[in-house]
Design a protein around this ligand. Structure first.
Ligand code: PEP
Ligand code: MN
Length: 353
C-alpha cells in the first residue's frame, strides 16, 4: 500500500504518517517526488488500512499496489530513479558506458584496458576481483589484491569502478574499494547477500539471474531497496534458453518492459549474453535502441590470453569502433552518450601491491 500525500502536505504531516505506520508494526519508506511525496507501507497490509489512512491529515489517497514488488514499482514511484556514481548520473537520459576486463588479471593489463576504454569514451571501469566460476579449478580472482589494482586504475584515469561481490562477508571489503557493487547473475537470489548490499552505502548493479523471470528479478531488487538502499541499477545479461549457439539468449524485450514496470535504471551486458566478441557490437546497439540507460562491455588488451571470458572480450580497437557506432545511434534515439569523465589532477599514483 502507498499513501499519496497532498501536494500541499507539510513535513510534519508526512512525519506523522510515518510514525503511525511504525506504531501499527509496519515499515515505512518515504519517496520524495517532484510534485508530491509518497509513503510506502511495507508488510502484510490488510484492506481496512486503506480507509484508515485515507482520512488522515495531509493524505490525498491510500492505494493498494497490485505488483508483488513495491518499492521497485512504477506504481509507487512514477519518476525515473537516477543513480549517482561520482560525477555520473545513471538513468538521467544520457547513456553511460562501463567497460574493462572480465577479471582483474595483471596490473599491467588492467591499466592498459582502463586507459584504452577511457580514451574511447567509457565512463566506468569494470573488472572482477572475486570471480564466480562454474568450475572450482578455474581462475577465481585475486580478491583484495585485485581490488587494489582497480583502485590504482581509478586513481590514474578517474573512472569509477564496478566490481562483483560474491559473499555477504565481503561486502564491507569490496565497498571500501568499489564505486558500484555488482551482484552477479548466479547470486541474484542469494538473499543474505542482497540483504547485506541493501545495508551498504554504495549503489548496486543487480544482474538478472540467467534463469530468473522479470518478476523474480524485480523482487531481488526489492530486497535491496527494502533495506533503504535506493541506488539499484538493473542489468539484463541474457537468460538460458534451448539455444546453444550463443552463451545465453539476450532478452531485448525485458528492456522496455522493465522500463514500464520499474523506475530503476537498466543497463545491458551483451558480452555475457552472447559469449562471442563479434556478436557484442550488434547486441549492444540493439540494447541502446531498445532504451537502456547504459551498457557494460568486456574489453581486454589481449583477449587470447585473458584468464576468463576472452572469447567475448573486445580488443581496445574494436571497442573504440563500437563507441563510434554507439555515439551515432544514441544521438539518433535521443539519449546521447554522457560527457566524458574528467582526468584527475596529476599526482603521484600509488602502485598497487
Ligand atoms: C561478470 O560480469 O563478470 C559476470 C560474471 O557476469 P554474470 O554474473 O552476468 O555472468
Ligand atoms: Mn565475464
Amino acid at each position: 500500500m502507498i499513501i499519496v500525500m497532498k501536494t500541499e502536505a507539510t513535513e510534519s504531516q508526512v512525519m506523522a504518517i510515518q510514525k503511525h505506520i511504525r506504531e501499527l508494526g509496519f515499515k515505512d519508506h518515504l519517496i520524495r517526488g517532484v510534485e508530491r511525496n509518497v509513503v510506502a507501507v511495507l508488510g502484510a497490509v490488510y484492506p481496512e488500512l486503506l480507509d484508515e489512512f485515507s482520512v488522515l491529515d495531509g493524505v490525498d489517497s491510500a492505494v493498494r499496489i497490485s505488483k508483488p514488488f513495491k518499492l521497485a514499482s512504477r506504481e509507487v514511484k512514477e519518476e525515473d530513479t537516477i543513480v549517482k556514481v561520482g560525477p555520473l548520473e545513471i538513468g538521467n537520459g544520457r547513456l553511460v558506458v562501463m567497460a574493462g576486463p572480465c577479471s582483474v588479471d595483471t596490473e599491467e593489463n588492467v591499466m592498459v584496458a582502463a586507459r584504452a576504454v577511457k580514451a574511447a569514451g567509457a565512463h566506468m571501469l569494470r573488472g572482477g576481483a572475486f570471480k564466480p566460476r562454474t568450475s572450482p579449478y578455474a581462475f577465481r580472482g585475486h580478491g583484495e589484491k585485485g581490488l587494489k589494482i582497480l583502485a590504482a586504475a581509478r586513481a590514474e584515469t578517474g573512472l569509477p569502478i564496478v566490481t562483483e561481490v560474491m559473499d555477504a562477508r565481503d561486502v564491507d571489503l569490496v565497498a571500501r574499494y568499489a564505486d558500484v557493487l555488482q551482484i552477479g547473475s548466479r547470486n541474484m537470489q542469494n538473499f543474505s547477500l542482497l540483504d547485506e548490499v541493501g545495508k551498504a552505502q554504495k549503489p548496486v548493479l543487480l544482474k538478472r539471474g540467467m534463469w530468473a523471470t522479470i518478476e523474480e528479478w524485480l523482487l531481488a531488487a526489492e530486497y535491496i531497496l527494502s533495506h533503504g538502499n535506493r541506488d539499484v541499477i538493473l542489468c539484463e545479461r541474457g537468460i538460458r534458453s534451448h539455444e546453444t549457439a550463443t552463451r545465453f539468449t539476450f532478452d531485448i524485450t525485458a528492456i522496455p518492459l522493465v522500463k514500464r514496470l520499474s523506475h530503476l535504471p537498466i543497463i545491458a551486458d551483451p558480452s555475457h549474453a552472447t559469449g562471442k566478441w563479434y556478436l557484442v557490437p550488434p547486441i549492444a546497439l540493439a540494447a541502446v535502441a531498445a532504451g537502456v540507460d547504459g551498457i557494460i562491455i568486456e574489453v581486454h588488451p589481449n583477449p587470447d590470453h585473458a584468464l576468463s571470458d576472452g572469447a567475448q572480450s573486445l580488443t581496445p580497437a574494436n571497442f573504440e569502433k563500437l563507441m563510434g557506432q554507439v555515439r551515432t545511434l544514441a544521438e539518433a534515439v535521443g539519449r546521447p552518450v554522457a560527457p566524458p569523465i574528467e582526468q584527475p589532477a596529476k599526482k603521484a599514483v600509488k602502485k598497487a601491491s
